[in-house]
Ligand binder design. Structure first.
Ligand code: GLN
Length: 280
């Protein structure tokens, strides 16, 4: 069987299971079999597959049929300018989250040697992307899971940032190390009751602990804001990702905790997604 024939079979299986991006997905999964990019696969449609390659491809298609996200099947995801290693222990980096990076860069223009803290660092995609853009910045990432920190560590190594990042296994309540010029966080903010309505790809595979924001979705945001007060320098910036319907509530919590609201930025779907504030 050649690549084209296998891909066609893969297409049919995914299509039958309601996966809309079946063609793209099959081609990407085939590229994983060859460890090449998608274009190389397309340019070599008539290459014959070995038994092992067919088996590997079929296994990937079976997993995708069950809705396992492509990013987890590949073990990587593009974010900002880099490719991040990921496993099911971390949330898949979302394009909307690049807004935090963008805003952090805008609000730290012309600054050097800032200390940056990422609360719930996950894969490290936000923190490490900022550090790559600002050579004089130093980063600290905290997360409550060792497995998550291990993934972050591998991304730190891959991006050659060892000498500028420290990681701690801690929740924010018990973290008391240092004062920061910039704090960023994409905490879990989805209302508990709404979790089960997320796409199957998300609900069945992504870490619920990175999505579950408690009954009102604000539990962890409140916690991050409250605890940031002890970790942020006066005049320091706090940049948070929020849900589409949390702008006013989060603004209120920030103001109650001594923050001035600089801006609220919408995502690609025109939903409020990122809030920038300053400790006063
Ligand atoms: N944006 C993510 C989603 O909708 C949620 C991320 C989060 O809770 N921080 O799947």
């Amino acid at each position: 069987m050649n690549i084209l024939e296998a891909i066609k079979k893969g297409n049919n299986k995914l299509k039958e299971n309601g996966i809309k991006s079946y063609k793209l997905d099959s081609e990407i999964l085939m590229s994983k079999v060859f460890n090449k990019n998608r274009i190389d696969v397309i340019l070599n449609f008539d290459t014959n597959l070995s038994i092992e390659q067919i088996e590997l491809f079929n296994n990937l298609i079976e997993e995708r049929k069950k809705r396992k996200p492509i990013a987890y099947l590949l073990g990587k995801k593009e974010f900002w300018k880099y490719e991040f290693d990921i496993t099911e222990d971390v949330l898949i980096p979302r394009p909307d989250t690049e807004i935090i990076v963008e805003q952090a860069l805008i609000f730290t223009k012309n600054k050097s040697r800032l200390k940056v803290l990422d609360i719930g660092v996950g894969s490290g995609c936000i923190l490490l992307s900022i550090l790559k853009e600002r050579k004089g910045f130093y980063g600290t990432g905290i997360d409550i899971y060792k497995k998550t920190l291990d993934i972050c560590k591998s991304n730190i190594k891959k991006l050659d940032l060892n000498y500028r990042v420290k990681l701690f296994k801690s929740d924010v309540d018990n973290f008391n190390y240092g004062k920061y010029d910039l704090i960023i966080s994409n905490p879990p903010y989805i209302e508990k009751i709404k979790l089960k309505y997320l796409e199957k790809d998300v609900y069945d595979y992504e870490p619920i602990s990175a999505l579950d924001g408690g009954v009102d979705g604000l539990l962890e945001l409140k916690n991050v804001i409250k605890n940031s007060s002890k970790l942020i320098k006066k005049g320091g910036k706090l940049i948070l990702e929020i849900a589409f319907n949390q702008r006013d509530k989060v603004k209120k919590i920030l103001i109650e905790n001594g923050y001035y609201i600089n801006d609220v930025i919408k995502d690609f779907a025109k939903n409020n997604r990122c809030i920038i504030s300053t400790k006063i």
